[in-house]
Write a protein that binds this ligand. Sequence first.
Ligand code: SF4
Length: 157
Amino acid sequence: MRFLQSHPRFLEEAYAVVVRLLPLGRRWLKPGGLVERLVIPLERVSKGAIFNCQMCGQCVLHSTGMTCPMNCPKNLRNGPCGGVRANGHCEVKPEMPCVWVQAWERSQAMPRYGHELLNVLPPVNRSLQGTAAWINESTGVGLKNPAGWVDAPEVSG
Ligand code: SF4
């Protein structure tokens, strides 16, 4: 399934369709409800197979070149760090390509959302760990920062 990540154009079109469909199910998609208990394993299996999803509950794949930032050993949401090796691999796990190098390369093949890679993302909200990002996105929970957090400024290139 990981080969799909090499075809981010297809994935971003699929995401665009999902974004249009999600509002139709909003009345059933409620955080903490029965539907979420069913959606969580579905999301875990499908996104796990394609993106090695870590179930952060706040999905930003379309803004990160369809590359899950939670696979970065430092969990950077606005990478890369300064430690990328000359061969494009991670300084923490030398055998692993840098998540953010991959994000950059894949975003170049994404005409619809690729530019969002330049947006500054807020820190991940750890209280959403293990919840369903699909439901959090449809209800707006995933976009809302906890009380006391300052919204990140929108920066785009
Ligand atoms: S950003 Fe979060 S929800 Fe999206 S694939 Fe990565 S861990 Fe999963």
